[in-house]
Design a protein around this ligand. Structure first.
Ligand SMILES: NC(=O)c1ccc[n+]([C@@H]2O[C@H](COP(=O)([O-])OP(=O)(O)OC[C@H]3O[C@@H](n4cnc5c(N)ncnc54)[C@H](O)[C@@H]3O)[C@@H](O)[C@H]2O)c1
Length: 306
């Protein structure tokens, strides 16, 4: 377990950085926009909640711009990134934060199987970040590299009763990182994932009171925002500067945020693989991985070199 804590001197590296963020009108996204602004960054953020987005834009002034953006629509996200590039010439940091959860459980025994159920969580929580990752990578690549931060959830790596599609979507967000990180990092694009536990926003109304009476750990939205800016700055300082507990290059990491603190969990999962998979399995898997990642290997027959 690696407890990772912010080294405040690294936050000065955010000055004049250009940030694109989705779902910034309320909750975690709103707090994150405020933090980026506080440390001198320029932010273009999108959301479908226009009035909340516009009020934040008015509050924070000229370095913060709101654009209507439904993350499930490719053209809306393209417009969001182009807006940032048009205003400030480049993009340094992209954050896929927008998400929804539908509290009604279509898997319950009293649900009518004849009636189709909503898969909106897959669209917003998985298709949305996939689009952000594709467009974000292209714009960060143009800038010679940068940071892509994906907001998943505790439901991205743990069982989660009553939220099946949400849990599948958030596992998928971890999948975007694992599918893209190794090639992106070669281009200087670091992809990291944030997995918040219970955070006091509109999303958790159903469990909020019971959670508090069980005295379980809670995050304020700003705590998750701090984990996001930790990822956005972990690789940006002078050579020896680090966030406390952070292993650099800080890329391909997963930060679990609980009780206001951040814990990196991916490194240990990888490091302990021979123990949980078995030494022989782990060794042969390593050979397979080396083949798949070697020059000339491609899933696309047209690009594959034997
Ligand atoms: N609150 C928690 O306990 C918790 C825990 C784990 C993960 N998360 C994740 O954190 C992220 C932020 O959630 P939050 O807790 O701040 O909730 P929130 O509801 O306050 O914020 C989500 C934001 O996303 C926006 N949004 C929804 N659909 C959108 C779309 N199609 N296009 C653009 N914007 C859209 C909403 O309008 C809202 O402003 C989500 O991805 C959520 O799944 C939250």
């Amino acid at each position: 377990m690696a407890h990772v804590q912010i080294n405040p001197s690294l936050l000065t590296t955010l000055k004049d950085k250009v940030v694109v963020l989705t779902g910034g009108a309320t909750g975690i996204g709103r707090s994150t926009v405020r933090l980026f602004h506080q440390y001198g960054a320029k932010v273009v953020f999108g959301d479908v909640a226009d009035s909340h987005g516009l009020s934040l834009e008015r509050e924070l002034g000229e370095r913060v711009v709101f654009t209507h953006c439904d993350t499930t629509k490719y053209s809306d996200q393209l417009k969001l990134f182009k807006e940032a590039e048009k205003r400030w010439g480049r993009i340094d940091i992209a954050v896929a934060n927008a998400g929804i959860s539908l509290p009604k459980d279509p898997f319950l025994p009293d649900e009518d199987v004849e009636t189709e159920f909503s898969t909106a969580e897959i669209d917003v929580n998985l298709k949305g970040p996939l689009i952000t990752a594709r467009i974000g990578l292209a714009f960060l690549r143009k800038n010679g590299g940068g940071d892509l931060i994906l907001v998943s959830s505790i439901a991205g790596w743990k069982e989660c009763t009553g939220l099946v599609a949400y849990t599948a979507s958030k596992h998928g967000v971890v999948g975007i990182m694992r599918g893209l990180h190794l090639s992106a990092v070669k281009e200087g694009v670091r992809i990291n994932v944030i997995c918040p536990w219970m955070t006091k926003t509109g999303m958790v109304k159903g469990i909020e009171l019971g959670w508090a009476s069980n005295k379980l750990p809670e995050n304020e939205p700003e705590d998750v925002g701090k984990a996001i800016i930790l990822c956005a700055t972990a690789n940006r300082g002078e050579s020896k500067e680090r966030h406390e507990g952070a292993v650099t290059p800080f890329a391909g990491k997963i930060l679990w945020v609980s009780g206001g603190e951040s814990y990196e969990i991916e490194d240990n999962l990888q490091r302990l693989e021979p123990e949980w998979l078995g030494r022989e399995n782990s060794a042969v898997l390593k050979r397979g991985q080396e083949f798949l990642m070697s020059e000339g290997t491609s899933w696309d027959v047209g690009r594959s070199k034997p």
